[in-house]
Design a protein. Structure first.
Length: 107
């Protein structure tokens, strides 16, 4: 007996970018560990390639200071021929300021 409705499709039926967006929905950011599973590389190898300039991805920091990568950056890296997703808006990252005393006004 088939309990799955006939009109639903699985993630495996979707093309590459749509499958990634569906898998990580509703998140727009992924961790380095998740990226390593997608690319089939170790976390260390990913860091080395990013810092060497061979992997064109930006490492950002989330609120807990953990390294993250935007999902749209990963999709644009994996599928360079596709146009960017127009519905994606890049989340703003707050500027972290160091604590300290206020500066004296310049005369």
């Amino acid at each position: 007996m088939n309990t799955k409705p006939a009109n639903t499709s699985s993630i495996h039926d979707l093309p590459g970018p749509a499958a990634l967006r569906a898998y990580f929905f509703p998140r727009q950011r992924i961790t380095i560990t998740e990226l390593s599973r997608i690319l089939g590389l170790s976390r260390d190898r990913i860091y080395k390639r990013i810092h060497a300039g061979r992997l064109n991805l930006r490492i950002l920091r989330d609120e807990a200071d953990r390294p993250i990568i935007l999902l749209e950056d990963v999709i644009s890296y994996l599928f360079p021929d596709l146009p960017p997703n127009p519905s994606f808006s890049e989340p703003s990252t707050p500027v972290r300021r160091r604590p300290g005393r206020p500066r004296k006004p310049v005369k």
